[in-house]
Ligand binder design. Structure first.
Ligand code: ATP
Ligand code: LTN
Length: 330
């Protein structure tokens, strides 16, 4: 039997090159040999301020982009999280088996909540704190083996394992214990304007990230104005040359080349040459994705794929939730 994987992207904004390299590309590669579940994490998007219309557009764009990036409905179940009610149901049960301490220790919570004062929590939606239990539900509903994610999610998968093990020990075997898959290179693509920060779709500076739907000329300009350094050597050294290392990482992942081969290719060249090469490979990718996207975004084919995804996912999710309810005495 094929091993199963699951992943998702939160619809808090435009899907970025960081999301593509850290998550989507891995999943597209996995689909040859694994049974893939990939969903649009729209319930997770409620944890940050949102506009209903924009949210709806982001959800459809995300689903179309998964397909445009190469996910195939024949080998992947693609669905929208809020259309499978069991996610929120199981999320509640799991939150009752997770401590406040565990959730407060999550690095992403500490970053996002940015608690500075004693009464600072008044402004933070509770969902920012409890979101890892919903994420654990997303994973545990489907008996998956592997969760391909970027590095920032490692802690959440560890928490998922802890909750699952705790419940298996208390109630008997319910959940399969998943592991994360994090790439050696590309697990954390950095902001083009501040290469010490992760490239993030919710960044306030659009020059720092490349959206998969950015006009290619805009993307080219963003890469041309990416922050580098004054050392004038193309070397992979994230600590001392974070900007150059970030560009090299993007190049090496998209070209499927080893880092040492990339370093050799640019040895003795100036940063302009590197930037042009990165822009070429990124724009080639964006052009392909955007052409596919245009065909899909208003098509009924997309609706059909999502409907089928919902049915397949719901079947598994409802069986798992029924087992959980039975085991815990509901
Ligand atoms: P936000 O910007 O709102 O914090 P995000 O862009 O980090 O969101 P998520 O939806 O939280 O996106 O992440 C979706 C997937 O993309 C996760 O697996 C995450 O680890 C990965 N990912 C996100 N940003 C990057 C990045 N800069 N580099 C590599 N992987 C990333
Ligand atoms: N917020 C998550 C996206 C996500 C996810 C998941 C990823 C929600 N549920 C389940 C993998 C598996 C993130 O990666 N930031």
């Amino acid at each position: 039997m094929k091993k199963r994987i699951i992943s998702a992207i939160t619809t808090t904004g435009k899907i970025t090159l960081g999301n593509y390299i850290g998550a989507i590309k891995q999943i597209v590669d996995y689909q040859k040999d694994y049974e893939v579940f990939m969903f649009v994490a729209d319930l997770h998007a409620l944890t940050t301020p949102f506009e209903p219309k924009q949210l709806q557009e982001n959800i459809r764009h995300a689903a179309a982009l998964y397909l445009a990036c190469g996910l195939k409905p024949e080998s992947a179940t693609i669905f929208i999280q809020s259309q499978v009610k069991e996610h929120a149901n199981l999320g509640w049960v799991l939150s009752c088996h997770t401590t406040m301490g565990e959730l407060q220790r999550m690095t992403q919570f500490k970053d996002k909540a940015n608690i500075k004062t004693a009464n600072g929590t008044e402004k933070i939606p509770t969902g920012i704190l409890t979101y890892p239990t919903l994420m654990a539900a997303d994973i545990l509903l489907y008996d998956v083996d592997i969760v391909p994610v970027g590095r920032d999610q490692k802690q959440h998968i560890e928490l998922t394992r802890n909750i699952a093990t705790r419940m298996n020990n208390k109630y008997g075997e319910i959940f399969k214990i998943p592991t994360e898959s994090i790439q050696k290179h590309g697990a954390k693509i950095m902001d083009l304007q501040d290469p010490t920060k992760k490239m993030s779709k919710s960044s306030s500076n659009a020059k720092g990230y490349i959206s998969l739907l950015d006009d290619v000329n805009v993307a080219r300009k963003k890469i041309a104005s990416a922050i580098t350094d004054s050392l004038n050597q193309v070397k992979f050294d994230p600590e001392n040359q974070p900007g150059v290392s970030n560009l090299l990482t993007i190049y090496s992942v998209l070209k499927n080349m080893s880092m040492s081969d990339c370093e050799k290719q640019f040895q003795g060249q100036n940063y302009g040459v590197l930037k042009t090469a990165v822009a070429d490979v990124v724009c080639e990718l964006l052009t392909t994705i955007q052409n596919n996207f245009k065909q899909l975004i208003n098509s009924s084919k997309l609706d059909d794929i999502l409907k089928e995804g919902q049915q397949t996912a719901s079947k598994l999710a409802s069986q798992k939730l029924a087992l959980v309810y039975k085991k815990i005495g509901l």
